[in-house]
Write a protein that binds this ligand. Structure first.
Ligand code: CTP
Ligand code: MG
Length: 225
């Protein structure tokens, strides 16, 4: 079976509050995007890596990605549009499965990616890396109205791994019905199809705010030891 990776990297990083997208922040001597792509390049099961980059991106072309053999595709307005564009770009040579992983998650471990792929292929159903919620969770606006039992709550991570055709159809349906899709799994759920939860490391954080960037820099320095 063939597997393609899709890395959505077309966001502007508004919540980071900088004047350039967070995927181009440096950790050590490499950008966040390069760290992420190197992790994927070390997954033997991946046949091809597509990166969705904004049309107006002024940074991607300057990276030296020659060792990584990645294909640039054009991103879209929302994350789901970037992923859908990437899937459409591979329509002529479609892979059997696609693995979607945020550019902003450079800390993912290769062993977690491999585990997700193996578990999904064994059970022949799509799935995502996720970690069990650890905090006590409250519902409310100005005051806590309720403590939500956390036994069945998970934090969705990436990668998210689905059969190519299934994900393509689900994302197209979600767009047509104007459904809110913040990850691939939400499109699959809305199509009434199963999403396997595969437990992954909770330090596979998404760099969203300056605090995340500080934490990610520290964790990355520990990983490379
Ligand atoms: N992404 C994308 N295309 C978009 C929006 C987001 O490819 N139109 C990517 C981002 O580059 C990131 C991943 O999706 O790697 C996760 O999205 P998020 O953390 O929300 O990144 P941004 O949208 O860039 O950040 P913000 O929401 O703070 O603007
Ligand atoms: Mg965003």
């Amino acid at each position: 079976i063939t597997i393609a990776a899709v890395v959505p990297a077309a966001g502007v990083g508004a919540r980071m509050g900088l004047n350039h997208p967070k995927q181009y922040l440096k950790i050590g001597d490499k950008t966040v995007l390069e760290h992420t792509l190197s992790k994927l390049a070390n997954v033997p099961r991946l046949d091809k890596i597509y990166v969705a980059v904004s049309e107006t991106d002024g940074y991607f072309a300057a990276l030296d990605l020659s060792a990584l053999a990645v294909t640039r595709v054009t991103g879209g307005k929302e994350r789901a549009d970037s992923v859908l564009n990437a899937l459409l770009a591979m329509q002529n040579t479609p892979p059997d499965w696609v693995l979607v992983h945020d550019a902003a998650r450079p800390l993912v471990e290769v062993s977690d990616i491999t585990n997700l792929i193996e578990q999904c292929l064994t059970h022949q159903e799509g799935g995502i890396l996720a970690s069990k919620v650890k905090d006590t969770i409250k519902r409310g606006t100005s005051h806590s109205e309720e403590t939500v039992p956390r036994e069945t709550l998970w934090q969705a991570l990436t990668p998210q791994f689905f059969p190519y055709q299934q994900l393509l159809t689900a994302l197209q349906q979600a767009r047509q019905n104007k459904l809110q899709v913040t990850d691939e799994a939400s499109a699959i759920e809305q199509a009434g199809q199963p999403v396997r939860l595969v437990s992954g490391r909770s330090d596979n954080i998404k760099i969203t705010t300056p605090e995340d960037y500080a934490l990610a820099s520290f964790l990355m320095s520990q990983q490379s030891k």
